[in-house]
Design a protein around this ligand. Structure first.
Ligand code: COS
Length: 396
């Protein structure tokens, strides 16, 4: 990657700069070897996570003293790791990201005992994590969840379905959001840490997607979960989900940034080597315009991502506005950047197995998962309106 000047920006501490170098070195030395050792998707993910556990990378996905590096999730570290891994390989980024998203609610809201039991194996890379929010009719409208959790002594009994669950089928546990019914809508949900071997929890469908990663539909039938493994209080489930997404939406932006940086690097390399008559493609003005647009959108995305991450790391309780802007902008721009890289490659750009062709498939889902672009626009617009109302009422 020719341009690393962003690491000099004031958002970072020396430890972040070292983490970027170390993660890059690890990725160079290990990812291709691991992917080359098996073509089985599930096995690839298990091996990537095990190796990242051994290297201490998964320890950034959870908190100390339960196997993690920091006492709170350091969002800049999560973003640097995702950006770096995504620049090398989309599946490696995915495998790391799920260790964080699938434990985020436990790190943020679990009891000390629940944290110790679920986080330590994830930090070590010995267990994979999953986040089970989405249902067949509760996607963007997360408050419409219908999977039920009924109290039964010191347990809850869970019944219902979840779908589009990443790591479904290979996770050691699922964070499951369920309706406990304290109130209608968003205020009647609760979150639970549920081991994958809980009787009644089954994988009923594996889902194939354009950039393959483990994904499944789950069925929960009379699953008994200890009340002690509820994350937060009864009725807090929606806030648990949103507070977790506040952190991880910035990191989705970071993954998109990594994919975009790789596309830019591939385009720079190709245009420097490809001749049109006596000229390098890189010396012609139309390709130059594309390269300039790509470079500028990459820096603008990075500014929004690391602004959001830095703000959270300074102790801001909520960064919904910053995180939504970072996720929306970085994923949308990455799609355009990768498309330009494909265009600059000409026919070679759509050849199956070309790196830019892989990036073209890798980026698409990031504009949808963890809140589609349209959801981020709703969040940003509502907060703008709320700020205006607050200013008006303050001025009266
Ligand atoms: N942290 C803490 N609390 C939050 C929060 C956050 N980041 N965001 C919202 N809340 C709270 C709100 O403050 C509100 O509580 P109060 O009434 O006590 O203030 C409550 O949660 C409900 O919020 P809201 O009214 O905004 O809920 P909506 O149902 O209107 O939410 C959107 C709308 C679309 C923003 C929400 O459903 C969403 O983000 N959907 C996308 C879900 C998603 O990302 N799915 C992907 C899953 S992972 S692949």
């Amino acid at each position: 990657m020719p341009d690393r000047t962003f690491l000099d920006w004031p958002f970072f501490e020396a430890s972040h700069r070292e983490l970027a170098v170390e993660t890059d070195r690890w990725a160079h030395e290990n990812i291709d070897r691991i992917l080359g050792s098996t073509s089985d998707l599930d096995e690839r993910c298990r091996k990537l996570v095990a190796a990242m556990g051994d290297a201490g990378i998964c320890a950034y996905a959870v908190i100390a003293p339960h196997g993690g590096v920091n006492e709170t999730l350091d969002v800049r570290s999560l973003c640097i790791i995702r950006e770096t891994l995504a620049r090398h390989d989309g599946l490696a980024d995915f495998a790391f990201a799920m260790q964080g998203l699938g434990t985020g609610p436990i790190s943020l809201f679990g009891s000390p005992e629940t944290k110790e039991r679920f986080l330590r194996p994830v930090a070590a890379g010995k267990s994979l994590a999953a986040f089970a929010l989405t249902e067949p009719v509760a996607g963007s409208d997360a408050a419409a969840i219908s999977l039920s959790a009924e109290p039964d002594g010191d347990h809850y009994i869970l019944n219902g379905e979840k779908t589009w669950i990443s790591n479904g089928g290979i996770a050691g546990h699922y964070v499951v959001f369920a309706r406990t019914g304290e109130a209608p809508g968003a205020k009647g949900l609760s979150a639970f840490a549920v081991p994958a071997d809980t009787p009644g929890l089954e994988i009923v469908e594996r889902i194939d997607v354009i950039a393959p990663h483990p994904l499944a539909r789950l069925s929960l039938k009379d699953c008994r979960v200890p009340s002690a493994d509820m994350l937060g209080k009864p009725g807090d489930g929606f806030k648990v989900a949103m507070a977790t997404l506040d952190i991880f939406r910035s990191t989705v932006g970071a993954a998109a940034l990594g994919l975009a940086r790789r596309a830019h690097d591939e385009a720079l390399d190709h245009t420097a080597k490809r001749m049109i008559g006596d000229d390098r493609l890189a010396d012609l003005q139309m390709p130059q315009a594309m390269i300039a647009d790509m470079a500028t959108a990459i820096d603008a995305s990075a500014l929004l991502i690391y602004r959001a991450a830095w703000t959270k790391d300074q102790g801001a309780p909520r960064i919904s506005r910053e995180a939504s802007m970072a996720k929306m902008y970085a994923t949308e721009e990455a799609q355009k950047i990768i498309d330009m890289a494909v265009q600059l490659h000409g026919g070679e750009g759509v050849r199956s197995g070309a790196k830019v062709e892989e990036l073209y498939r890798d980026i698409r889902a990031l504009r949808i998962y963890e809140g589609a672009t349209e959801v981020q626009k709703i969040v940003i617009a509502r907060l703008a309106d709320a700020a205006r109302q607050a200013e008006q009422s303050g001025g009266k």
